[in-house]
Design a protein around this ligand. Structure first.
Ligand code: VG1
Ligand code: CO
Length: 550
């Protein structure tokens, strides 16, 4: 099918198209405004055109999303625009489906120039909910800040975008179509990703685990990991049919938040409790990069999960047999993995929140395993966090140690001590009031030292800033840290992924060498109360009860 000729459409900038922690996220209706998506996509192309060498003429772009409302329409728009902008070829997931880690795998394996991922991750989907888009670079990872700032600058001065007239491409069938001068190939969304997993994990021993009667439940939360999990867990590893629940991606995720935590994965949590529950439970988020790990009546805190994976990787997973070069965690993530790094004799890097900050460390071979407290873990196999990778890592650890999930974690606590840890989220706060609160606290940081907090006193407080050890770039104001004399830590920051008002996140951590037997709520209660008072949450927002605790 021949394409129409390239059109240059005049446009004017939209305000607020600055990518946040992970891409641009807005209400779906905002994305549906005429020109809104087009402006952002053209701005991405304008920002990276020079990096492609020759006007995209030899460049391949990977495109796919988590299947949420507006996914298919957005892909058709991107196909026409990418063709009009001169891309040689596009690789589009069949049905418009590609998980975030799969996009990363495809970019790397097929040496693509970059990729566009259509997702607002764990945010709900639907015409009244959220949509999002992010750009990944040649290494398969989220665009670093230098690139996202360039994109943002382009959005502020954009005056035209390029597209062409062309009938919609049939996304449901694999195969190749010409759109203008561009070859649009619809690919199997599972193939590259599955191959990467087969290269890392011992599928034979995992098959043997299931053959031996091991039972698990995987909740795809009606989002993108359904097809991946069915293929890998049920078809490849022989887990019984029904292991994967909510396995069909739906445009509105069945009306739920595809957010794998104790609040939103309540169906899974319920089915994982009681003596007849399966051995292992897991869930992934909308775009497949987050993971929740459960044992029978047992929740694994993401910071502990990262530490346990780092502890066991070399002995339980063939892909890491050579050991870890180093580990990395985002600053608010618990310090559990730091203690594992110390034992392994490798460095632990502390980065700002957001996977884009791990890219350089992974590319430079400084870190092998990375993670965030927000249910994100991953390694150097791709440049995104990877939900199913974490699930397969845990399966491998369970297969190798022959222990239950709870035993693995309790043994970890006995050896390394335990970071009692919680994150409290206050969602949809008045944005100005939240900014004012953080501003006020920031100004008082220097006088906080010595003041009582919880059952201890403030030792020091600062605003985290990070200098990338690879490219030397510095990122400031990445979260307020309050360190206490008894070794506890409180971190505060405002979310960069929300779409309405502001979300305050308070991260609380207290380390104890008590074998992990303490009661989490009890241990964190005094600190929690005094932080709420310090911030005057009730006075400022009318309540000091968080929306979500994870
Ligand atoms: C949140 C998490 C952060 C994560 C980001 C993207 O950001 O805290 O750790 O990298 O979401 O994850 P924020 O700025 O809202 O705290 V995902 O799975 O939503 O792409
Ligand atoms: Co996600």
């Amino acid at each position: 099918m021949a394409g129409g000729s390239v059109q240059t459409v005049p446009t004017t900038p939209f305000e607020g198209q600055r990518p946040g922690t992970s891409g641009l996220r807005k209400k779906t209706r905002v994305f549906m405004r005429p020109g809104y998506l087009e402006n952002f996509v053209q701005s991405v192309f304008n920002a990276v055109r020079a990096d492609s060498g020759e006007d995209f003429h030899s460049a391949t772009l990977v495109v796919g999303g988590d299947g949420r409302f507006y996914n298919r329409e957005a892909i058709q728009t991107i196909i026409r625009m990418a063709a009009a902008n001169g891309f040689r070829s596009l690789l589009v997931g069949r049905g418009g489906i590609l998980s975030t880690p799969a996009v990363s795998a495809i970019i790397r394996r097929r040496r693509a120039f970059g990729g566009l991922v259509l997702s607002a991750s764990h945010n709900p989907g639907g015409i009244e909910e959220d949509f999002g888009i992010k750009y990944n670079t040649r290494n398969g990872g989220p665009a670093p800040e230098s690139v996202t700032e360039r994109i943002y600058a382009e959005t502020q001065t954009i005056s035209e975008y390029r597209t062409l007239e062309h009938a919609s491409v049939d996304l449901e069938r694999e195969g190749s179509t010409r759109v203008g001068g561009c070859e649009v190939v619809r690919i199997d969304p599972l193939e590259d990703y599955t191959a990467v997993m087969e290269g890392l994990f011992d599928f034979d021993s995992l098959r043997a685990l299931f053959r031996g009667g091991f039972r698990m439940l995987f909740d795809a939360m009606s989002a993108v990991t359904g097809p991946y999990a069915r293929h890998i867990l049920e078809e490849k590893l022989g887990a019984p049919a029904g292991t994967v629940i909510n396995g069909v991606p739906l445009p509105d995720f069945g009306g739920h938040h595809p957010d794998p935590n104790l609040v939103h994965a309540s169906e899974l949590v319920a089915r994982m409790s009681g003596p007849g529950a399966p051995d292992f439970g897991a869930a992934c988020d909308g775009d497949g990069d987050r993971n929740l790990i459960l044992g029978r009546d047992f929740f694994v805190s993401p910071g502990d999960s990262l530490a346990v994976i780092a502890e066991h990787a070399a002995t339980s997973i063939p892909g890491y047999r050579e050991g870890l070069a180093g580990v990395a965690r985002s600053m608010p993530t618990s310090t559990a993995v730091d203690r594992v790094a110390k034992k392994l004799g490798v460095r632990c890097y502390e980065t700002p929140t957001g996977w884009k900050f791990f890219g350089n460390l992974l590319d430079a071979g400084l870190a092998t395993v990375c993670g965030e407290e927000s249910f994100g873990t991953g390694s150097n196999h791709v440049r995104e966090k990877d939900g199913l990778w974490a699930v397969l890592s845990w399966l491998s650890i369970l297969a190798a140690t022959r222990k239950s999930v709870a035993e693995v974690v309790r043994d970890h606590w006995r050896e390394f001590g335990r970071s009692y840890y919680q994150r409290h989220d206050y969602e949809a706060l008045d944005a100005a009031a939240a900014a004012d609160m953080v501003g006020t606290l920031r100004e008082s940081l220097s006088v906080l030292a010595g003041t009582p907090l919880g059952e201890s006193r403030v030792e020091r407080a600062d605003d985290f800033s990070y200098t990338d050890p690879v490219d030397g770039s510095t990122t400031v104001r990445q979260g307020i840290r309050i360190f206490l004399e008894d070794g506890s830590r409180v971190v505060l920051r405002l979310s960069g992924t929300g779409t309405s008002g502001a979300t305050l996140r308070i991260y609380l951590e207290q380390f104890r060498e008590d074998g992990g037997r303490g009661d989490l709520e009890e241990i964190l209660a005094p600190l929690t109360r005094s932080v709420r008072d310090l911030l005057k949450l009730r006075k400022r927002f009318g309540t000091d009860e968080p929306t979500v605790i994870t």
